[in-house]
Write a protein that binds this ligand. Structure first.
Ligand code: 5RP
Length: 220
């Protein structure tokens, strides 16, 4: 089984969380894409979706699945999304695909966040994956200096603009021992739109695809 098959196995297991009549929050990335493709097979059972990116919205519409505005639907029962890293508390790093801000909004508006990933994403300490930070363009240099003070090495994600018209700084060489604290510290910097640490609102369930299929991890 390759990593993509493992992502698909996790997505298949997440389909079990979809109940009739739900409006489902949908993440972004290759694992979320598997979930979208599987959701298409049961689309008549759901009332619609809320997408965390233009790319996911386009894929959903391509399958004929309704994409609704979060402002029109209120809170959601379920959000399903991938991650770049998860620790055992189900604190995550997200934003490898650059959709972290809308992902954090939809996750925040959802009762249950089911994270789906291949098993390589489970780590002891977050930070080997460069931490994405979405930043208002005029604050780029200022925020980069603040991130250096916090011990990281930020690099600009070249040629990338988020769905919200902003830039991404990817912060290398962080060992994130206190995810909730660092999430708050970086979020407080003026010019930061969102940091890709999802610890204040972690996942509720992590489904990991491995060579023997999917297994469910609950937060420690
Ligand atoms: C996008 C994300 C993705 O969930 C994350 O990058 C994982 O992607 P993939 O499922 O392709 O491994 O946060 O912003």
């Amino acid at each position: 089984m390759n990593a993509d098959d493992m992502k698909k196995a996790a997505a298949e297991a997440a389909i079990e969380y979809v109940e009739n009549g739900m409006i489902v929050g949908i993440g972004t990335g290759s694992t979320a894409n598997h979930f979208i493709d599987l959701l298409a097979k049961i689309k008549s059972r759901i009332d619609g979706t809320v997408a965390s990116s233009e790319a996911s919205a386009e894929r959903l519409r391509g399958h004929g699945i309704p994409v609704l505005d979060l402002n029109q639907v209120g809170d959601l029962q379920l959000y399903v999304d991938g991650a770049d890293e998860s620790n055992e508390q189900l604190h995550l790093i997200k934003g490898g695909g650059g959709a972290l801000t809308r992902e954090k909004i939809v996750a925040g508006a959802s009762e249950k966040f089911v994270c789906i990933a291949d098993e390589s994403k489970l780590v002891r300490v977050l930070g080997k994956f460069p931490l994405p930070v979405e930043v208002i363009p005029m604050a780029q240099s200022f925020i980069a200096r603040q991130l250096v003070k916090l011990g990281g090495q930020p690099t600009l994600r070249e040629g990338f603009v988020t769905d919200n018209g902003n830039i991404i700084l990817d912060v290398h060489n962080l060992e994130i021992m206190e995810p909730v604290k660092l999430e708050q510290q970086i979020n407080m910097l003026p010019g930061v739109v969102t940091v890709g640490i999802f610890a204040y609102r972690p996942a509720d369930v992590l489904i990991l695809g491995g060579p023997d299929g999917a297994r469910t991890v609950m937060p420690k």
